[in-house]
Design a protein. Structure first.
Length: 337
């Protein structure tokens, strides 16, 4: 039989040879949903040999969960009634010949093929493996959701910083200067986190970046000791803000405001107590007393309920001890520097 719209010579076309060489995956089932043909592209996708599935029921060849098989079978039955059907983003468990399994995601189109009696004799399925594309789509959705969360969190932090800075500023010029400085510090942290794909920042790197403008860790005025600790993204942001405030205050009133001033930063991890303890110790000064007003740094740490901060105003310089639960602060404590 030839279609009325085809020229007479079309009867000589070898459709099986055509499908065997086409790069798209094609499979043919009879009315009983037994596989009667599958081209090499299809077999490559399912990672099986044709002899393993030929003549077998589709679900005997590719068993899956009952719920998913029911969804697929419903589409096949619609095709047998003469409808072209689609399976969008259909997941199924692929069982290989060695018994191992993997989840695949296919996008399929089922087309009815009519016999001489005018009834649907076969189902021709064109299957597209979109497993990688679907994984990328899900990843993009996760990234979009995470970006939305981070942007909202960033606005909340900026709003809190603006509110606290406004309370402690004497005039608009002081507010503008301090607010701009804190935004720049936050921007540096976000850029650094972006460069690590938001995996987190090393505590030592945060200190180095914030102390660089005051001579850096290599100067004889600054000493830094402690194990290598990788902070999580949120802890990296919080830690950067706290360290920025400590450094800024040291430049105005503490060890960086006096040529004789020195700073020793140290931290240690207590695995038994599951804590990270950080000590900021300024020395080389004299006449240091406790301020009469609560500064921005103190207000900032008050907004962070998971950390404990102790400030000791010694005559020789400020001492700040900070203790943070290790599961909250760090992703890993790796090795000693």
């Amino acid at each position: 039989m030839t279609h009325k719209g085809l020229p007479p010579e079309a009867v000589y076309l070898n459709f099986r040879k055509l499908l065997d060489n086409i790069p798209s995956a094609y499979m043919v089932m009879d009315r009983n949903l037994h596989i009667v043909y599958a081209n090499p592209a299809y077999m490559q996708t399912v990672e099986r040999n044709l002899s393993e599935i030929l003549g077998k029921h589709i679900f005997a060849s590719f068993p899956d969960t009952e719920e998913r098989m029911q969804t697929v079978e419903a589409k096949f039955l619609e095709t047998l009634k003469g409808e072209i059907t689609r399976l969008e983003r259909q997941y199924f468990l692929l069982t290989r010949s060695d018994g191992s399994t993997s989840e695949k995601c296919w996008q399929c189109v089922q087309t009815p093929y009519y016999g001489a009696d005018g009834e649907v004799a076969y189902i021709i399925q064109n299957a597209e493996d979109i497993t990688d594309a679907e994984a990328l789509r899900k990843k993009n959705l996760m990234i979009a959701a995470e970006l939305d969360h981070r942007v909202k969190n960033l606005f909340s932090v900026v709003q809190a910083v603006a509110s606290l800075a406004g309370q402690g500023s004497r005039d608009i010029d002081e507010f503008r200067e301090q607010f701009s400085s804190r935004l720049n510090a936050m921007s540096r942290t976000y850029s650094a986190l972006s460069n690590t794909n938001w995996d987190g920042l090393l505590l030592s790197d945060i200190f180095e970046h914030e102390l660089e403008q005051y001579g850096g860790v290599g100067s004889d005025r600054i000493k830094m000791t402690g194990p290598e600790v990788l902070l999580g993204p949120k802890s990296s942001q919080d830690g950067s803000m706290i360290i920025h405030e400590l450094a800024t205050n040291a430049a105005k009133y503490g060890c960086f405001s006096d040529p004789n001033g020195r700073l020793h930063v140290s931290w240690q991890v207590d695995l038994s107590a599951q804590t990270l303890a950080v000590e900021w110790s300024e020395t080389g000064l004299s006449g240091i007393t406790e301020p009469t007003q609560t500064g921005f740094g103190t207000q900032l740490t008050d907004f962070m309920p998971n950390i404990k901060v102790e400030r000791v105003y010694r005559d020789e310089g400020l001492l700040v001890r900070t203790v943070v639960p290790l599961p909250i602060a760090a992703r890993s404590a790796l090795r000693n520097i």
